[in-house]
Write a protein that binds this ligand. Sequence first.
Ligand code: ADP
Length: 224
Amino acid sequence: MNIEAKELSKIYGEGENRVVALDKVSLKIVSGDFISVIGPSGSGKSTLLHLLSGLDRPTSGHLTYENKDIYGLSDKRLSALRRRRIGFVFQQFHLLPVLTVRENIIMPLLLDKKQPDEGYLEQLSHLLGIHDRMTHLPCELSGGQQQRVAIARALIAKPDVIFADEPTGNLDSRSGAEVMEMLSAIHEKMGKTLVVITHDNRIAAMADRQYSIVDGVLTEVVSG
Ligand code: ADP
């Protein structure tokens, strides 16, 4: 799925409180890309991710998925598109504590009144190293394992693109490195488009294309 943002801006507040969170950001994401966006706190990273994934609408600008204008869709159709084509991974794992690992992973399908593809679930749980934890509760897992469950949940509906917002932000460096290796493997082996937001240079450098964001302005980082 090709994604194209054209001059996306997001302005919060008015007068003295006016904040330009995103300033005319244009970006082309081609199917199978691995892109990183690095920037300090308050630079507009989350705003960009929310706009690119249709979680929020811009003050001005356009976003197309396969040349189709996304913000023109109703909220209902936009959320259906998100459920089916986009996977999200957040800094907080957002697992439901009373559900088992398996139930957490298949929850997005149940919300869409669909049954899991058991073969695919098996493949995901092995790839993410959580196949022997499927009947456990989240509190019985380490942070790194919980994030891997969240990644499986992000992938269960077979989305085209994964948006990860500081996916290692809550993990120690070793678990963080494991989680990034897995996201990278998912990009390579499953051909998923991956957009990772981070403030960690080492993570940003894993991507095929790196961008930096400062005061809402996005710039491609050209190495060498
Ligand atoms: P980051 O994810 O890089 O930390 P954000 O995208 O969350 O940055 O925020 C960018 C800027 O927009 C910040 O100055 C922030 O204070 C401001 N901002 C974000 N959300 C809101 C909001 N709902 N209302 C007002 N200002 C906001």
